[in-house]
Write a protein that binds this ligand. Structure first.
Ligand code: AMP
Length: 239
């Protein structure tokens, strides 16, 4: 099955959101440990409100699978669960946020991960909020070990609680689902450790600006998203 280009897909999402009377203009970052569900929540909110979901991890994985110059530069870091150097990540985010697709907002997933990235992001755009999703390591390992992703359209499944209708095949576009290389339990522990060691300054950065919204995420994705929407409404980010 042929998939839509990101621009066409976005236009359709925007029209659907407009029909539903939910056009918003929001600039959010989703942060939290790997495997906490950020990508799933971001996708749900992005689809409902017609704003793009930008995952730096997805961008890197795509470039690696294409074998591009960027892909070759970041492969080592991504497959080991290490942080890609700031200048590479910041350059990409700067370019993407300047594209017309992001005019009416975005959800950045997995960025920023360092203070340098957070500071540079503030020079590029004005954020409305930073959402921090938290869950215990055990919950994360259970979730990640069953995760399957579609390499074509990015849909995310879980063999235990969100299996595809046909085993191993994407419900949306019919592509063969894959396990992410960095979802191996050993790599996930390394990524979690990297997160713990490097992330507290970023959390404090947003907390000190009064922009941090903490969301407990060891529960159903729909419940998490409902709470996020409620908070964004209270803060008048969704009107
Ligand atoms: P994610 O899917 O967000 O867990 O990202 C997968 C991998 O991509 C990470 O383990 C890093 O190697 C790399 N990566 C993604 N976002 C960033 C970032 N903001 N800074 C540095 N490395 C990143």
């Amino acid at each position: 099955m042929k998939t839509l280009s990101p621009i066409k897909r976005r236009k359709i999402l925007e029209s659907v959101a407009e029909i539903r009377g939910m056009v918003v203009d929001m600039r959010l970052v989703f942060i939290g440990p790997p495997g906490v569900g950020k990508g799933t929540y971001a996708k749900m909110i992005s689809t409902k409100y017609g704003i793009p979901h930008l995952s730096t991890g997805d961008i890197f994985r795509e470039e690696i699978s294409k074998g591009s110059e960027l892909g070759l530069k970041v492969k080592y870091y991504v497959e080991k669960g290490l942080l890609v150097p700031d200048d590479i990540v910041i350059g990409i985010v700067r370019k993407v946020l300047k594209s017309p697709e992001c005019e009416r907002g975005f959800i950045l997933d997995g960025f920023p991960r360092t203070i340098k990235q957070a500071e540079e992001l503030d020079k590029i755009t004005t954020l409305d909020a930073a959402l921090l999703f938290e869950a215990p390591l055990q919950t994360i390992i259970e979730r990640v070990s069953g995760r399957l992703v579609c390499p074509n359209c990015g849909a995310i499944y879980n063999i235990s609680w969100k299996p595809p209708k046909k085993p191993g095949v994407c419900d949306v576009c019919g592509s063969v689902l894959v396990k992410r290389k960095d979802d191996d339990p050993e790599v996930i522990r390394a990524r979690y450790e990297t997160y713990r060691q490097t992330f507290s300054p970023v959390i404090e950065y947003y907390r000190s600006k009064g922009m941090l919204i903490e969301v407990y995420s060891a529960r159903e994705a729909a419940e998490v998203v409902t709470e996020v929407e409620k908070i964004l409404r209270e803060r008048k980010i969704i009107k």
